[in-house]
Design a protein around this ligand. Structure first.
Ligand SMILES: Nc1nc2c(ncn2[C@@H]2O[C@H](COP(=O)(O)OP(=O)(O)OP(=O)(O)O)[C@@H](O)[C@H]2O)c(=O)[nH]1
Ligand SMILES: [Mg+2]
Length: 378
C-alpha cells in the first residue's frame, strides 16, 4: 500500500477505493426525517462523481446520528461526525471540511431547501477555476420560491445589503448556506473564522480577502424550496449573532462577534439591577441591602443569559454551571474594581463626571467580556 495511490489496502478485499473528489458536508440538528432522502437525492444528482457525505451532527436528541450510522452501513460514502456538548452551524461546517481529503467541499442544509441538482454545475465551475461557487437564490434564474415567508424575505434582503457592505465584491446571495469551495481555500481561512456564527459563507469571503487571498467567486442560480421535515433553527438569536459577526467584520475584527451579545445582555442586566433596587427600596429595605440584592440578582441574570445565548455553543451544565457562576461573580467583582479605579483616575484628571463614568463602564465591560471568555466559558 502507498498513500497517494488510488488503490489502498481494500484492494486485498477486492474493493477499489476511489478517493472522493467532492465532500458534501451536511450540518445537522434534529434532521432525522430528512437525511436519507437527502443522501438519495445527492447520489442521483452526482451520478458517477466520486463523492462522500459527512453529516456533522451536534448529538441531536431526535437521533439523527443513529440514522446516519445506519445509512453508512449500507453506503460506504456517508459518515457522521458527532459532536458532544456543543452547538453551532459554522463550526460544524468547518470541522466537516477538516475531516475530508476531497479537494472540493460543498455545504448543503439537511432540510432539502437547497437544490442538490445544481451540485454538478457547481463542481464544474470550481474545476474551471472558481475558488468558491455559491448556490444563489437571487442570481438571474434563481428564486426564493416558497421557501421564505415575506418577513423572512425582507430580513434576508436587509441581511444581504449589510453583507454587501463588508463583502468587498458583488455576491448576489451572501447569506446562502449552499456553496462549494476548494478545501484548501476554506481551511486557510478556517482559523480566523468566527466559530460561533450561523452564516459561514460571508465570513469565508471577507476573511479570505482580509488575509490577502480573495476568493474567485462564481454563482449558480437555483430555486429555494420549503423545508421538507422537522423544524427551523432560525431564531432571533441567530439574527443577533449575525449582527455581531457583521460588526466584527466592519471593525476589522477589533470587536469579536460575541461582544455585541455580551453587551446587549449587560444592558438588560442594568435594567434588572435598577428594577430590583426599586422593588427592594419600595418594600422598605435600606439602600445597602437593596443594592446588594440588586447586584446579585443582576449578576445571576447576566450569567444565565450569557450561558444560554452568548455562549450557547459551549453552555455550562452540571457542576461546571456552579463553578462557572462563581468565577463569573469573581471576575465581575474585579471588573467593578477596575471600573471604579479607571473612572476615579480619569475624574481626578479632567473632572468630567460623565466621561469618567463612561470610561469606567467601558473598561469593566471589556474586562468582564475578555476575562469571562477566557476563564468562565473557555
Ligand atoms: N451541527 C449543527 N447543525 C445545525 C445547527 N443549527 C442548525 N443546523 C443545521 O443547519 C442547517 C440550516 O438550519 P435551518 O434551521 O434549516 O436554518 P435556515 O435554513 O436558515 O432556516 P429555515 O429556512 O427556517 O429552514 C440545517 O441542516 C440544520 O439542521 C447546529 O447548532 N449544529
Ligand atoms: Mg433550512
Amino acid at each position: 500500500m502507498s498513500i497517494g495511490s488510488t488503490t489502498l489496502p481494500l484492494v486485498e478485499q477486492n474493493v477499489t477505493f476511489h478517493p472522493p473528489q467532492l465532500a458534501v458536508i451536511v450540518p445537522s440538528y434534529n434532521e432525522r426525517e430528512n437525511i436519507e432522502l437527502l443522501y438519495e437525492k445527492v447520489a442521483i444528482a452526482l451520478g458517477d462523481v466520486a463523492w462522500e457525505m459527512i453529516v456533522v451532527d451536534d448529538n441531536s436528541p431526535d437521533g439523527t446520528a443513529e440514522v446516519v450510522n445506519e445509512l453508512s452501513r449500507v453506503y460506504a460514502n456517508v459518515r457522521c461526525l458527532r459532536r458532544f456538548g456543543r452547538r453551532g452551524l459554522a463550526s460544524a461546517c468547518v470541522e466537516g471540511m477538516a475531516v475530508t481529503s476531497a479537494p472540493y467541499v460543498a455545504v448543503i442544509d439537511a432540510d432539502l431547501q437547497h437544490d442538490e441538482a445544481i451540485l454538478p454545475e457547481m463542481l464544474r465551475k470550481a474545476l474551471d477555476g472558481a475558488d468558491l461557487v455559491v448556490g444563489s437564490r437571487f442570481a438571474e434564474g434563481g428564486s426564493a420560491g416558497d421557501g421564505l415567508s415575506s418577513t423572512r424575505l425582507s430580513g434576508s434582503n436587509l441581511a444581504n445589503k449589510l453583507a454587501g457592505m463588508i463583502a468587498g465584491q458583488a455576491v448576489s446571495d451572501p447569506m446562502s448556506g449552499f456553496f462549494l469551495i476548494r478545501r484548501e481555500a476554506a481551511l486557510k481561512a478556517a482559523p480566523k473564522l468566527a466559530s460561533d456564527g450561523f452564516k459561514i459563507l460571508i465570513d469565508l469571503i471577507v476573511t479570505s480577502a482580509r488575509m490577502g487571498a480573495p476568493l474567485k467567486v462564481a454563482e449558480v442560480p437555483y430555486t429555494f424550496r420549503p423545508r421538507h421535515a422537522g423544524e427551523s433553527k432560525m431564531s432571533p438569536l441567530v439574527v443577533i449573532q449575525y449582527l455581531g459577526l457583521w460588526f466584527s467584520k466592519l471593525t476589522n475584527g477589533a470587536l469579536p462577534p460575541s461582544f455585541l451579545l455580551f453587551g446587549l445582555v449587560g444592558g438588560t442586566g442594568v435594567v434588572v439591577h435598577l428594577a430590583t433596587l426599586a422593588a427592594f427600596t419600595a418594600v422598605g429595605q435600606g439602600f445597602v441591602v437593596s443594592q446588594i440584592a440588586a447586584t446579585l440578582i443582576a449578576m445571576a441574570w447576566n450569567f444565565v443569559l450569557n450561558n444560554n445565548l452568548t455562549y450557547a455553543d459551549r453552555k455550562l451544565r452540571g457542576t461546571r454551571l456552579i463553578t462557572g457562576f462563581l468565577s463569573f461573580c469573581a471576575i465581575c467583582a474585579l471588573g467593578g474594581i477596575a471600573n471604579i479605579s479607571v473612572a476615579n483616575a480619569i475624574y481626578q484628571w479632567d473632572h468630567q463626571t460623565f466621561i469618567a463614568g463612561l470610561s469606567g463602564a467601558v473598561m469593566s465591560s471589556v474586562f468582564n467580556y475578555a476575562v469571562t471568555r477566557a476563564f468562565t466559558w473557555k
